[in-house]
Design a protein around this ligand. Structure first.
Ligand code: SAM
Length: 279
């Protein structure tokens, strides 16, 4: 196939920074990402950000079916060319953050997300698929390396935070490969990494996901404060009640949020719910 850069030039396409447009072209890398994502002929894929269709094409070759979202309608003629012959692939021009997810999930059935994510929407996209989906079995996403490290961080490290805890509730995350900035066109200022998150229902038992999320927000609200102080201000609790809740959850009262494993956060969520602090 003609080089992607030439196809883009022929269609008069200009890269838009505001959409995080850094495209991949290396076929070996693209097929390695498809492999990392565990995509085979039994898997339906939702791709976010088709771009010029380089990853979409590789996904189409391997998957049962691909639905690819792309916000930039000026890529329509490019994608018509690069995806010609990809019969199992549909491109939807729209913003994935505004997509009607329940309707999309009805169309997809069980599916996996695969994306070279635009950096400016990485967290909202990942959070949406953690919190709102019913049919998603996991995400394989290329993100900035620093963000990848946050996704996979261990408790007690500087990288561990609210997004790590949100991911851990749903699945196991691991970096499958690092991707140097030179692999992208145009070249960004940072390196990237591919993270695979496999959803495992019931991985961390908790009475209410909503309560877990409230505890996570509270635990990381102010990293310099102890969890006890964060609990007092988030839930308007007197010190004695905050202390008692931590004790019931088996958490030392001087602990800071970032030292708590997702399991401990879940225990605290259960205690706060039982005590009526979180409805
Ligand atoms: N998949 C292509 C690749 O790997 O070369 C393109 C990746 S590029 C980093 C991200 C793509 O996502 C861009 O084409 C951009 O226009 C698109 N995009 C940005 N924001 C989006 C959104 N909210 N919904 C859907 N697509 C979006």
């Amino acid at each position: 196939m003609e080089e992607l850069k030439n196809i883009l030039a022929r269609h008069g396409f200009s890269f838009k920074k505001k959409f995080g447009q850094n495209f991949l072209t290396d076929t070996n890398l693209l097929s390695a990402i498809v492999h990392d994502a565990g995509v085979d002929e039994t898997v339906t894929v939702l791709e976010i950000g088709a771009g010029a269709g380089a990853l979409t094409r590789e996904l189409s070759r391997a998957a049962k079916k691909v639905v690819a979202y792309e916000i930039d309608a000026s890529l329509r003629p490019v994608l018509a060319e690069t995806l010609s012959g990809c019969e199992n692939t549909e491109v939807v021009f729209g913003d994935i953050l505004r997509a009607d997810l329940p309707a999309l999930e009805t169309e997809l059935g069980r599916y996996r997300v695969v994306a070279n994510l635009p950096y400016y929407v990485t967290t909202p996209v990942v959070m949406r698929f953690l919190e709102e989906t019913h049919g998603c079995d996991g995400l394989t996403v290329m993100v900035q390396e620093e963000v990848a490290n946050r996704f996979c961080a261990q408790p007690g490290t500087a990288e561990y935070g609210a997004v790590t805890a949100a991911i851990a509730l749903k699945g196991a995350a691991r970096v499958t490969r690092k991707v140097p900035r030179a692999m992208f066109t145009p070249r960004p200022n940072v390196d990237s990494a591919v993270v695979r998150i496999d959803f495992e229902p019931g991985r961390i038992p908790v009475g209410s996901e909503e309560a877990y999320r409230a505890v996570v927000r509270c635990a990381f609200a102010s990293r310099r404060k102890t969890l006890e102080n964060n609990l007092m201000s988030a839930f308007r609790l007197p010190r004695e009640r905050a202390k008692a809740a931590l004790e019931r959850a088996g958490i030392p009262d001087m602990a800071r949020g970032e030292t708590l494993s997702p399991q401990m956060l879940a225990r605290l969520a259960d205690v706060l719910q039982e005590e009526g602090v979180i409805q």
